[in-house]
Design a protein around this ligand. Structure first.
Ligand code: DP6
Length: 324
């Protein structure tokens, strides 16, 4: 057992998406995925195991949490207790420097920061691979926020072989994510529940079968800094995931009318020669991926579109780290 440990981690945006599991409990994904950590947005989490505590305590942005959020953190800490052989409960205090309701998925930054802080506080010194595996148990996408920069989650065969690795450092490509926030509401169906519906769509088998091809194209385009090729595969993959969501039983429709307008607009800009493309997660907000030299006009143009509440910018960032 060590004194309190604090870790920081960024959320990430997936270029090739994780949607659906082969094993929900272990979060073994149906397909691999590729993402980029996002600078500017960050979760900071402090953990201290305390023999005096009767149960885990979890504060988020200064507010004590009960019910489902506390239960999810507590369930995660069980994995850490098992690994370290300790039975102690913990005090967890977490804060996001981006508004929790800003429409940015915080589970990736949350569980990657928690995995690092909790494992260190429990006296463990996990390798990056084992840290990524641990973070995966809290939230699938969190395993990709452990390594630096651009990460690929290798789906693996079992718990031991499903984790993320860095495929390029943050300064490898001058890419940015301009997030057009359309809604700040909590999504009606969260990702965990959504993953369980993927197999009900008749389109899912095709999406999963062809995933290795899209992963190879995306990896290659990224490593060659080939924006045109990158843009095509990123948009195809996002459309594939939303087609599966819409054709699930019950159907999941995350888009709002403004989402569609933005996607059309981004497509027009690219046709005119701009290095921009778009991807959408489990919500209505549009992530516009662009080369950094497009950002000045892009930020203004996005902010002026109907339905856009604000625009956040994320650039490639480092993985989870301990902070003082
Ligand atoms: C659409 O990682 O949030 O953002 O493992 O249940 O926490 P849980 O799901 P989560 O799913 C992310 C879904 C996605 C695509 C992606 O980030 O790859």
């Amino acid at each position: 057992m060590r004194p309190e440990q604090t870790a920081a981690a960024h959320p990430n945006i997936a270029f090739i998406k994780y949607w659906g599991n082969r094993d929900d409990a272990l979060r073994l994904p149906s397909n691999g995925s590729i993402s980029m950590n996002l600078s500017g947005m960050e979760t900071r989490t402090s953990v201290r195991f305390d023999p005096e505590l009767q149960q885990d305590c979890f504060t988020l942005n200064g507010e004590a949490q009960v019910g489902a959020p506390l239960q999810r953190v507590s369930q995660f800490l069980e994995h850490v207790r098992k690994l370290s052989g300790s039975g102690c409960f913990a005090r967890v205090s977490s804060s996001n420097n981006f508004p929790t309701g800003a429409g940015i998925a915080s589970s990736a930054s949350a569980f990657s920061a928690l995995a690092l802080a909790a494992s260190k506080a429990a006296g463990l010194d996990l390798s990056q691979k084992d840290l990524s595996r641990l973070a995966r148990l809290g939230s699938g996408s969190a395993c990709r926020s452990i390594p630096d920069g651009f990460a690929e989650w290798l789906p693996g065969e079992d718990d031991g072989s499903s984790y993320a690795v860095s495929i390029a450092p943050p300064d490898y490509w001058d890419l940015a994510d301009a997030i057009a926030v359309i809604s700040q509401d909590h999504k009606p169906v969260g990702s965990s529940a959504g993953h369980r519906l993927a197999h009900t769509s008749p389109l899912n088998a095709g999406r999963v079968t062809e995933a290795p091809e899209r992963l190879a194209t995306c990896r290659e385009a990224l490593l060659n800094r080939d924006f045109e090729r990158f843009a095509e595969v990123v948009e195809l993959d996002s459309h594939y995931m939303h087609a599966v969501m819409r054709t699930s039983t019950p159907p999941l429709v995350y888009w709002e009318p403004a989402t569609e307008v933005l996607l059309w607009q981004v497509w027009q800009w690219r046709k005119r020669g701009h290095a921009v493309c778009a991807t959408v997660d489990a919500g209505p907000n549009v992530h516009v991926l662009a080369l950094s030299n497009e950002l000045d006009w892009l930020k203004k143009a996005l902010a002026e579109l109907p339905g856009v509440k604000n625009v956040l910018i994320g650039k490639p960032a480092e993985g989870a780290r301990l902070v003082g």
